[in-house]
Design a protein around this ligand. Structure first.
Ligand code: FAD
Ligand code: NAP
Length: 444
């Protein structure tokens, strides 16, 4: 039971941001209660980071388990906080916590609302990522993929998709398309290295050279992306399939084309030029069009937060108080309404605060700062809540579904590790929540 002299803070989400925030708060003698939609902890570290990065994933998950096992940290997994969820955000806010931290990430796809987006063979990156990374229910869904795949977007997630398509699905052809130029590539050399052996370098070089004049007029050096790609090829992992991989630039998708059976046949792009707008190079359409043939299209253009969570959304993220009471390094961690009114005791960290930006290390930094803002707020309270951990547990026990607590999670992790050893694989994941709950013994 928490002592009346200790503050009680709820954290929604057990991804990197929620867990690192919990660590900071628990270290300062705060009782922390984590609510997580997934049964397992880790968020995108468990269900986003490419499966082959075993060492990194194992390292993070071990760290996260240690955080969960800290004194003062309570865990409720398999609990969805949202409109029509197991509890609404409003209900959670009324349970008597001294502060509530939203760390739900940005786990939803961005949509462009183009004609043809509903055709068979059109996918959004997050769904495919969740599928190959074993997140229920995507893990058990079918994702038919053809031979000619166009990926819209040129960030690290696009490279992860290309990795999956060359290594697992072994498709014939992948074309990643950027709306801006070679100077605005968002993926890193390191991520390209995993698949660079599949690159059709002469075509990529020709593509960059055809943008050279425009790049030079903007003060960019076309040799830079060429060198980066050459360097990735030099360090590339070996080829694993016959897949050819190409990059195209300065093309914005305008329509996905399909046949009479509703299947994708291609994608129509508008050609772009680049225009300097203050500190941003903007893609501007030239009213000239090009069609690329494809039987599969994947949009990999970044994530957004959940629009049905119960909080207003701006720029794909939850709204922050523009005049924070507790700014940390000029950053606001305080949630506000659409009209900018602060929502008392509600804080936001990680990708929920700034959607789709940065690696786990950045999420950690953000949570450390966000936790500082929460601690400063707690310091202003004349007294802490009289609500106890038992009160919270009683309320959560009323939810009519199995709730996963710390011991259950440890058991699940142990069972999955044993299964992996038995099968001689690096990692074993149950495909559905039902299987996980059954393995733990929470359902029969
Ligand atoms: C495909 C992909 C690959 C990546 N690869 C790497 C990599 O290789 N290296 C690296 O450093 N970074 C990588 N990143 C970035 C990294 O995953 C993020 O920086 C980090 O996961 C963000 O952490 P977060 O806790 O804010 O959000 P998330 O990791 O998304 O965690 C959110 C948590 O909130 C929970 N949740 C969501 N909604 C609700 C709700 N309504 N109620 C209750 N709980 C909820 C979820 O179950 C989840 O546990 C990758 C990202 C993506 C998309
Ligand atoms: N291995 C890793 O380290 C790893 C793996 C995956 C993800 N991550 C991290 O996760 C974060 C998110 O990655 P991400 O790849 O999803 O996002 P990202 O890096 O922001 O890349 C998104 C891509 O989509 C394009 N795009 C956005 N809106 C578009 C539109 N309306 N039309 C056409 N194209 C559009 C962007 O082009 P513009 O530049 O023109 O906007 C960009 O090429 C990044 O910080 C990334 O580094 C890291």
């Amino acid at each position: 039971m928490n002592q009346p002299s200790k503050p009680l803070v709820a954290i929604i989400g057990a991804g990197p941001s929620g867990l690192y925030a919990a660590q900071q708060l628990a270290r300062k003698n705060v009782d922390v209660v984590i609510f997580n939609r997934d049964i397992k902890i880790g968020g995108l570290a468990e269900y986003g980071i490419y499966p082959e990065k075993h060492k990194m994933r194992r390292g993070l998950i071990t760290q996260f388990q240690d955080i969960l096992n800290m004194d003062g940290v309570t865990y409720y997994g398999n609990v969805l906080i949202r409109e029509n969820g197991d509890l609404t955000f409003k209900e959670l806010m009324s349970l008597g916590f001294d502060a509530v931290v939203v760390a739900t990430g940005a786990q939803w796809n961005r949509w462009l609302f183009l004609p043809g987006e509903k055709l068979d063979g059109v996918y959004y990156a997050q769904d495919v990522v969740y599928h190959y990374n074993g997140l229920p229910p995507y893990s058990a869904m079918d994702f038919p993929i053809g031979e000619k795949v166009v990926i819209i977007g040129m960030g690290n997630v696009s490279m992860d998709l290309a990795h999956f398509l060359t290594h697992e699905r072994k498709v014939q052809e992948i074309t990643a398309v950027a709306r801006r130029g070679p100077g605005e590539i968002k993926f890193t050399q390191q991520e390209l290295e995993a698949i660079a052996a599949h690159l059709n370098f002469p075509i990529v070089k020709e593509e960059i050279e055809s943008a050279a004049h425009l790049m030079e007029s903007l003060g960019q050096d076309p040799e830079e992306p060429i060198k980066m790609i050459e360097s990735a090829i030099a360090k590339s992992a070996p080829r694993v399939s016959e897949t050819h991989f190409t990059l195209r630039f300065l093309l914005s998708p305008v329509e996905i084309l399909g046949d009479e059976e509703g299947k994708v046949t291609g994608i129509k792009f508008e050609k772009n030029t680049l225009v300097q707008k203050e500190d941003y190079l903007s893609a501007e359409g030239l009213k000239e069009f090009e069609i690329l043939e494809a039987d599969t299209v994947m949009f990999s253009i970044g994530n957004r937060v959940d629009g049905k969570f119960g909080l207003p959304v701006k720029n794909y993220s939850y709204c922050k108080n523009p005049n924070p009471r507790f700014p940390i390094k000029d950053t606001s961690y305080e949630i506000c309404t659409e009209t900018g009114e602060p929502i008392e005791k509600a804080f936001v960290v990680g990708w929920a605060r700034k959607a789709s930006v940065g690696l786990v290390g950045l999420a950690r930094k953000d949570s450390v700062q966000g936790a500082r803002a929460v601690l400063q707020y707690l310091d202003t309270l004349p007294a802490f809540t009289t609500t106890t951990l038992q009160d919270i547990d009683r309320r959560i026990s009323q939810i009519e579904k199995p709730i996963v607590r710390k011991d259950d999670l440890s058991k699940l992790i142990q069972i999955e590790n044993e299964k992996a050893q038995e099968l001689g694989v690096e990692e074993y994941k149950y495909k559905s929540n039902q299987e996980m709950l059954k393995a733990i013994g929470l359902i029969s």
